[in-house]
Design a protein around this ligand. Structure first.
Ligand SMILES: Nc1nc2c(ncn2[C@@H]2O[C@H](COP(=O)(O)OP(=O)(O)OP(=O)(O)O)[C@@H](O)[C@H]2O)c(=O)[nH]1
Ligand SMILES: [Mg+2]
Length: 322
């Protein structure tokens, strides 16, 4: 029986459980999670290696988690939507994930509009069914969605409790074409450890703060020296205002200490070494509307710059006028 493989994009509103699903299917924490919407800010690739079983010859699913679809009101938001569009390009299948604890909302339409533009086959994934006692209550939602797109499958799951995931995997594998393994067995993501460390710190900020701080902060790892037993990391948390900085540091530095300890333990688990983590807080007014700053947060772009520099490329002297 043939080996199946392909690219599968996870699409949906903020907070629907997309990143929880990615982590559950890959079996590793690749994406940060929080109860606050707009947690994920860039696309995240995770590879699921599905062993051969009765009924199919196994396969490889390259999953792509995306930022929640919303109407952006800043450069950061617009960049997040670019990430969603780029993820959708070249996908074989889209998993539209919705939170069944919420009623149908006209804003759900944005994600479906993107899906329609791409014209990709899609499954409708009803997530958080652990929170619905009467399953019959899902039927009107399914009806509503079915009117909007010709979904190949409708699959109820709980990403959090890991219910329904085997059925989902089987159906995804069957829907993908016969093809090669794109990645070796031991590779689950393309994210650099340095970027994952920044995300782990940002997750602690999201969990420890309220109101506008989760949205007004970002994290940049300034230095990352990995040794066999100890990794030294220095990172900066950027806020937009002095008041936010004061809250992030806290009385006698207690908040920053809490964020740092939480992050350090997780980074140690990820790297398998001890970690020495130095954290700073800086104010960068209006960074969410600074395109150059947002570019600095994009690790794919940063890698491209490094590669161009290494190849001796000096930058654009393109004088051509249009
Ligand atoms: N009860 C329940 N909660 C869930 C389930 N899946 C996710 N959650 C919770 O929903 C919240 C959002 O989960 P995320 O995985 O961060 O959602 P997301 O869609 O990636 O959100 P954004 O990145 O903001 O777009 C978290 O508090 C999760 O614990 C589920 O199956 N059941
Ligand atoms: Mg997410």
């Amino acid at each position: 029986m043939a080996f199946h493989s392909g690219f599968v994009c996870i699409l949906g509103r903020p907070n629907a459980g997309k990143s929880t699903l990615l982590n559950a299917l890959v079996g590793e924490k690749l994406a940060i999670i929080s109860p606050k919407p707009q947690t994920t800010r860039n696309r995240i690739q995770g590879v699921v290696h599905v062993p051969k079983r009765k009924g199919h010859g196994g396969g490889q699913i390259v999953l792509i988690d995306t930022p929640g679809v919303h109407k952006p009101d800043s450069s950061l938001g617009r960049k997040m939507m670019v990430e969603v569009r780029e993820a959708l390009e070249g996908c074989d299948l889209v998993l539209v994930i919705m939170d069944v604890t919420r009623k149908y909302d006209p804003r759900d339409q944005f994600a479906l509009d993107l899906l329609k533009q791409s014209g990709t086959p899609a499954f409708l994934i009803l997530n958080k069914v652990d929170r619905v006692r009467e399953k019959a209550r899902l039927l009107p939602l399914i009806e509503e969605y079915r009117k909007l797109y010709d979904f190949k499958e409708v699959i109820p799951i709980s990403a959090l409790k890991r219910n329904g995931l085997d059925v989902l995997l089987e159906k995804v594998i069957s829907a993908l074409p016969a093809g090669p393994a794109y990645f070796p067995e031991d590779q689950v993501t393309d994210q650099p450890a340095r970027f994952m460390a920044a995300e782990i710190i940002r997750e602690q900020v999201l969990l420890a703060t309220e109101e506008e701080i989760p949205y007004a902060t970002t994290v940049i790892v300034e230095s990352f020296e990995e040794g066999s037993r100890l990794t030294r990391i220095a990172a900066t948390i950027y806020a937009e205002r002095e008041g936010q900085k004061a809250i992030l540091i806290g009385k006698r530095g207690q908040m920053l200490k809490k964020i740092g300890t939480g992050a350090r333990l997780q980074i140690e688990r990820m790297l398998g070494t001890k970690v020495f983590l130095e954290l700073y807080v800086k104010v960068q007014p209006g960074w969410r509307d600074s395109r150059s700053f947002i570019e600095e947060l994009d690790w794919r772009r940063q890698l491209e710059h490094v590669m161009l520099q290494q190849s001796g490329y000096q930058g654009g002297h393109n004088e051509t006028k249009e």
